[in-house]
Design a protein around this ligand. Structure first.
Ligand SMILES: NC(=O)C1=CN([C@@H]2O[C@H](COP(=O)(O)OP(=O)(O)OC[C@H]3O[C@@H](n4cnc5c(N)ncnc54)[C@H](OP(=O)(O)O)[C@@H]3O)[C@@H](O)[C@H]2O)C=CC1
Ligand SMILES: N[C@@H](CC=O)C(=O)O
Length: 400
């Protein structure tokens, strides 16, 4: 078997991990021949590997596979598109880019008969994309829900279980290479959102643009929210979910959730991710593993490189099913909203309020509200003095 010659884009946390795992793997008939980076800074390996000119890789006829792990979504889009247009297969970990451009990139794969693989883009080392694509190829799927972001989970674990400060935990997530270059993507929920968009394409065969999906993060979490959760014997986790709400409709959103001890994701801590896949005939299955970091992510990239040795590609079969569910935000959620100055009750129209509290360290309201209402008011809710979390809304009766 001829060795696959790889052109690598990016030599940061993930790129260096790929270099390491490839040199360890005895069965990967692949070698990195050139690495394109942004700057000319000193590197840990021979300088002759590096270039800052993408064309050195894109126009090299020897290169059979491009692996793209850079932290710039706009540049990533240009590189991946150019590669596919030239018929060069690509492995990418760039969920910010993929979530915005998947429909076009799927068309390009078909048009140029070329593959784009991206299991590392969602949940680091957990093979969630390939499983959804291959194994769950039926319409029994009811829900894919879980912790999809390692950094925010790391922060919440350190704050909840180790009484560390939020800022110290965030700095540590950055130092360990879990966080995005702009960590607001992690803590505001956008990284989870991008992964959810990609997952939904492979779970249900439907693409929903990220702008249409309600996303709320953990950046405004306060001691009083943590105290509230502790008093109730639950943990707060940043949860992303795509859920069939009827035969014909599904919903999706990202939001902190109060998670009770019986749930699989209750025990998913630190940078680990956990994904619950629920189906009509098999109840629940659970996938667990490291969701961020150099070697865990690189192991997923290695798996895609190996898959390319066998010409593997995604078929996107579910996109061609006649009966695909439609996206809706017309569902009711039970939420907790804590606030101080912002007059939340003037802004948000609850269907029904079940509890209200006013105190020195803040006020909170708990009630039922439509997801469409949250989506419409999302900008107002980004106030520094507001934090929101939901209670499990779907399949509660099955989880008792
Ligand atoms: N860290 C993680 O745990 C995971 C990350 N990912 C994704 O992988 C990608 C890389 O992440 P990570 O390794 O952490 O990021 P880093 O910031 O550690 O590294 C980014 C790399 O990209 C290079 N780069 C940036 N812009 C360009 C460009 N225009 N052309 C060529 N090279 C460029 C940088 O070059 P230079 O070295 O010169 O600065 C650097 O080598 C991101 O899309 C991220 O979302 C996915 C899963 C997990
Ligand atoms: N920043 C991301 C990295 C992996 O996707 C995370 O924390 O999960």
């Amino acid at each position: 078997m001829n060795k696959i010659k790889i052109g690598l884009f990016g030599f940061g946390v993930v790129g260096q991990g790929i270099f390491q795992v490839l040199s360890k793997s005895r069965n990967a008939h692949a070698e990195i021949v050139k690495i394109c980076v942004r700057s000319n800074k000193p590197r840990s390996i021979d300088a002759s590997y590096f270039t800052t000119d993408p064309e050195v890789i894109l126009s090299n006829p020897e290169i059979d596979l491009i692996v793209e792990v850079i932290d710039d979504a706009a540049a990533s889009y240009k590189i991946v598109k150019a590669a596919l247009q030239k018929g060069i297969p690509v492995v990418s970990g760039n969920k910010a880019m993929l979530a915005r451009h998947l429909p076009e990139l799927i068309d390009l794969q078909k048009k140029h008969n070329v593959a784009l693989l991206y299991d590392a883009s969602s949940c680091g080392s957990i093979p969630v994309i390939r499983n959804l694509e291959e194994y769950y190829d039926n319409d029994l799927l009811l829900e894919v829900k879980g912790i999809l972001n390692g950094s925010s989970n790391y922060i919440l674990s350190r704050v909840f279980d180790h009484q560390e400060s939020y800022d110290a935990a965030l700095a540590q997530a950055q130092a360990l290479g879990f966080a995005e270059s702009d960590p607001s993507f992690d803590i505001e929920g956008y990284d989870s959102l991008f992964k959810l968009v990609i997952i939904t394409v492979h779970a249900l065969g439907v693409y929903v643009h990220p702008d249409r999906i309600f996303t709320y993060g953990i950046s405004t979490i306060h001691d009083s929210d943590i105290r509230y959760a502790r008093e109730k014997g639950v943990k707060i986790k940043l949860v992303a979910q795509v859920v069939k709400v009827s035969d014909r409709k599904f919903t999706m959103f990202v939001m902190p959730e109060f998670v009770t001890p019986g749930k699989y994701i209750y025990s998913v801590d630190d940078e680990y991710n956990g994904v619950v896949i629920r189906g009509e005939c098999y109840d629940r299955q659970f996938m667990f593993g490291k969701g961020a970091g150099s070697l865990p992510t690189a192991s997923s990239i290695l798996s895609d490189i190996m898959a390319r040795q066998h010409d593997y590609r995604y078929e996107y079969k579910k996109q061609h099913y006649l009966d695909r569910p439609e996206y809706t935000t017309d569902v009711e959620l039970k939420v907790y909203v804590r606030y101080t100055e912002t007059d939340v009750l003037k802004i948000l129209h609850f269907d029904r309020i079940t509890e209200q509290y006013r105190g020195e360290d803040g006020n909170y309201v708990i009630g039922y509200i439509r997801l469409s209402e949250l989506l419409a008011k999302r900008e107002v809710l980004r106030g520094k003095d507001v934090f929101m979390a939901d209670f499990q809304s779907f399949f509660q009766e099955l989880d008792r």
